[in-house]
Design a protein around this ligand. Structure first.
Ligand code: AMP
Ligand code: FE
Ligand code: FE
Ligand code: ZN
Length: 289
């Protein structure tokens, strides 16, 4: 028997390509990950696995381990909750149907936001389409890029702090499933679910312990606690809860190319945790490039 195939470190389990709101194609992203010195990278576009084949080819070429994943949009009452999902079967009927529904809802929502923005600023839906790769999961970042292209703001971050902020009056939510439903879908498709950046809203607006316990019951594997947007006090509390409920802890960059300041490998995940993800992820194998 051939020797066991091993992944290498450092390990970054959260990145985006132009298949969602990253600025680089899946190939460019994988090249950038290798150039940044990563041994393992996960591609986790929002609500889409369309970048998987291209990323897999390039991972083989540049010699990096690829964990195929996705960042699932879910909603908890009025707050959006992101769920990272690793190594699930991308042809699973439940996942295919749910992600198609979310992508369609995102598209309608973006069009409606642009219509409202367009009443006050020189911005059209064509401007947004010009910033979007065909078939990509559309989000506020694409509207931000259109605002930049129009010279209405200087950067994506400026757009998010102003016109695209939920308090600015143009914001609109989009359909997203309940987190418990998404966690069960991911597990049913052989995947491993990890709550993305769960401490971004701070201690006061943190996920209640009771909800976390329900997520654990539904099959949650871990919490992405090493992420630049997590707030320190909430992070400390969630480390305690991770220990209490036996949850794994991951760290990652949430790289979006030039779309966000986040740099590849700025946070990493331990090999022990990745080993468990690979053990439990039965829907798709890692690519040991
Ligand atoms: P949406 O899902 O369409 O509401 O947009 C949220 C997405 O925008 C997140 O997934 C982030 O990737 C991105 N985002 C949030 N804040 C910023 C920011 N300040 N600069 C760039 N991208 C951001
Ligand atoms: Fe994003
Ligand atoms: Fe996210
Ligand atoms: Zn992300």
């Amino acid at each position: 028997m051939a020797g066991e195939r091993r992944f290498r470190g450092p390990i970054d389990l959260h990145t985006h390509s132009s298949v969602s709101d990253g600025t680089e194609s899946p190939s460019q992203l994988i090249r950038a990950a290798a150039a940044a010195g990563l041994g393992t990278v996960a591609l986790t576009d929002h609500d889409s696995t369309a970048g998987w084949p291209e990323a897999a080819r390039m991972a083989g070429e540049v010699g990096i381990t690829l964990i195929r994943g996705m960042e699932f949009s879910t909603r908890e009452r009025f707050t959006s909750v992101h769920l990272l999902a690793y190594l699930f079967d991308p042809s699973d009927a439940g996942i295919v149907a749910e992600t198609a529904r979310i992508r369609a809802a995102r598209l309608t929502r973006a069009e409606q936001m642009v219509e409202r923005i367009g009443a006050d600023y020189e911005l059209t839906w064509d401007d947004v389409l010009a910033q979007t790769t065909e078939g990509a999961t559309v989000g506020r970042p694409h509207i931000a890029d259109a605002l930049v292209a129009r010279g209405l703001v200087l950067t994506r971050s400026e757009a998010f702090a102003g016109i695209l902020h939920w308090e600015a009056g143009y914001y609109q939510p989009h359909y997203a499933p309940d987190p418990l439903f998404a966690i069960r879908l991911v597990r049913a498709a052989g995947g491993v679910p990890v709550l993305a950046h769960p401490a971004t809203r701070g201690l006061a607006h943190m996920l209640p312990e009771k909800r976390l316990a329900e997520m654990v019951e539904a099959g949650l594997f871990g919490l992405e606690l090493e992420h630049r947007e997590n707030e320190p006090a909430a992070k400390v509390r969630l480390y305690e809860l991770a220990a209490k409920y036996g949850l794994a802890v991951t760290g990652s960059s949430d790289y979006h190319g030039t779309g966000k300041p986040n740099r590849l490998g700025e946070n990493t995940t331990s090999s022990e945790v990745l080993e468990q993800i690979i053990e439990q992820g039965t829907g798709t194998p890692p690519i040991y490039g």
